[in-house]
Design a protein around this ligand. Structure first.
Ligand SMILES: Cc1cc2nc3c(=O)[nH]c(=O)nc-3n(C[C@H](O)[C@H](O)[C@H](O)COP(=O)(O)OP(=O)(O)OC[C@H]3O[C@@H](n4cnc5c(N)ncnc54)[C@H](O)[C@@H]3O)c2cc1C
Length: 390
């Protein structure tokens, strides 16, 4: 049995490593237990291997949670600029790709190495390949792995969500939280491709085609690219909208966000010999233009089409309703919506209200960011909030 630690952190992902580094550097004796053979596996594959490590615009409005105010405190106290300062202190070259999204110029491994160096500064003990078998609480927390029995006054749940089970992700955080009586908000896949069935399977024929559109679902509206796939819809705009979509609902796509007013009636006056198909081909990839023209069914020259028919086509192109029959599930979801209820934990410290000494950080908690570096910013900010107090 190991000598007692001040804190045991379960999970050496983004939130766990950040939390461990901060607590270690405050002089706390910290142990991190990681089931995988190496730390930060999701960081390594993130952002196409370049890690979209934060977003300059990250604020509470970019997160979904049953309590939309919950993330405010942690995000305000540890901002995107704070993380960027750390990145720059390690001379990691970075660039802004688009919409405030910051990526490494080199590789995501630089972020993992930086976090490990920060942990080393705090003498954090990181053990990989250690599957947690059981956790109990008496005066402190007792964690049993196959190799050891470890104790600590504080325990941090930083084991993430069940997205991408192929990488070893599980609902372990939820099982543990339930064991200690904490409520869970039903988890579901988010930032995930949507699948199409019925008549809409036709769109699968244009798999690989993408276009800049605006996608709306629920209260979310995203002007980014949509991609047609062999199973349905993907691309950044769809992934973003998926977090706001519920089964049975439609997602609404504006295929021509640059066109406003009665543009089709104007075109009828200016180019009466043109067809809807030829106009669509001017603004959209040809295969997409053709499938939309087929569905709209206005094949005659604009000059011979009625204003009513053109208005209807215009309206449909601006608000094309897709009714997805599902998502590609946790296997393809970048994150999980839901998780440990924010009603159970302090927004300032991430400590469980009903069990002092127990903390939850990162994706395990019911706070989910948009696509674009927001999820890592939550992992850093919530990790810091707990690491600075435990
Ligand atoms: C393909 C992909 C790309 C992504 N790209 C980005 C991006 O560019 N920018 C962005 O902001 N977000 C991105 N995300 C989301 C981001 O990776 C997560 O939101 C973030 O990693 C969550 O951090 P976390 O520390 O809470 O959980 P994780 O990083 O998932 O870490 C949890 C850790 O706990 C370990 N663990 C699990 N169970 C146990 C157990 N029983 N015992 C011990 N250890 C355990 C896991 O092995 C893991 O190492 C991406 C996600 C995916 C899947």
């Amino acid at each position: 049995m190991s000598a007692p630690y001040d804190a045991i952190i379960l999970g050496a992902g983004a939130a766990g490593l950040m939390c461990a580094a901060r607590a270690g550097q405050r002089g706390r004796r910290v142990l991190v237990l990681e089931r995988a053979e190496k730390p930060g596996k999701k960081i390594l594959i993130s952002g196409g291997g370049r890690c979209n490590f934060t977003n300059l615009g990250a604020g509470p409005a970019n997160y979904l949670s049953q309590n939309p105010h919950f993330a405010k405190s942690a995000l305000a106290r540890y901002s995107a600029r704070d993380f960027l300062e750390l990145v720059e202190a390690y001379c990691i070259a970075w660039h802004e790709k688009t919409l405030g999204q910051l990526f490494c110029d080199g590789s995501a491994k630089q972020i993992v190495d930086m976090l490990l160096a920060e942990c080393a500064k705090g003498d954090v003990d990181i053990r990989c390949g250690e599957e947690v078998r059981s956790v109990s609480h008496d005066e402190g927390f007792v964690v049993e792995t196959a190799a050891d029995r470890c104790t600590a006054a504080s325990l941090v749940i930083a084991t993430g969500g069940p997205s991408i089970p192929k990488m070893g992700a599980t609902g372990f955080a939820y099982d543990l939280a339930r064991q200690f009586g904490l409520k869970i908000v039903e988890p579901r896949p988010a930032l995930v491709p949507l699948t199409l069935g019925g008549e809409e399977v036709l769109f699968r024929e244009i798999s690989g085609v993408s276009a800049p559109v605006v996608v709306e679902a629920g209260k979310g509206s995203f002007p980014e690219a949509a991609l047609f796939t062999h199973r349905g819809l993907s691309g950044p705009a769809i992934l973003q909208a998926s977090s706001y979509w519920s089964p049975g609902e439609t997602v609404v796509v504006d295929f021509l966000p640059g066109h406003s007013g009665d543009w089709l009636l104007d075109a009828k006056r200016e180019m009466p010999r043109a067809t809807l198909r030829s106009l669509l081909r001017d603004s959209l990839p040809q295969r997409l233009a053709d499938i939309l023209a087929d569905k709209l069914g206005v094949e005659i020259e604009l000059g011979n089409a009625s204003d009513k028919a053109l208005r209807a086509a215009q309206e449909r192109l601006a608000r094309w309703h897709f009714r997805p029959n599902g998502t590609e599930g946790f296997a393809k979801a970048e994150v999980t919506i839901g998780g440990i209820s924010t009603a159970e934990i302090s927004s300032k410290t991430m400590e469980a209200k009903r069990l002092p000494g127990l903390y939850a950080v990162g994706e395990a908690v019911d706070v989910t960011g948009w696509l674009g570096g927001y999820n890592f910013q939550w992992a850093w900010a919530s990790g810091v909030a707990a690491g600075d107090v435990l």
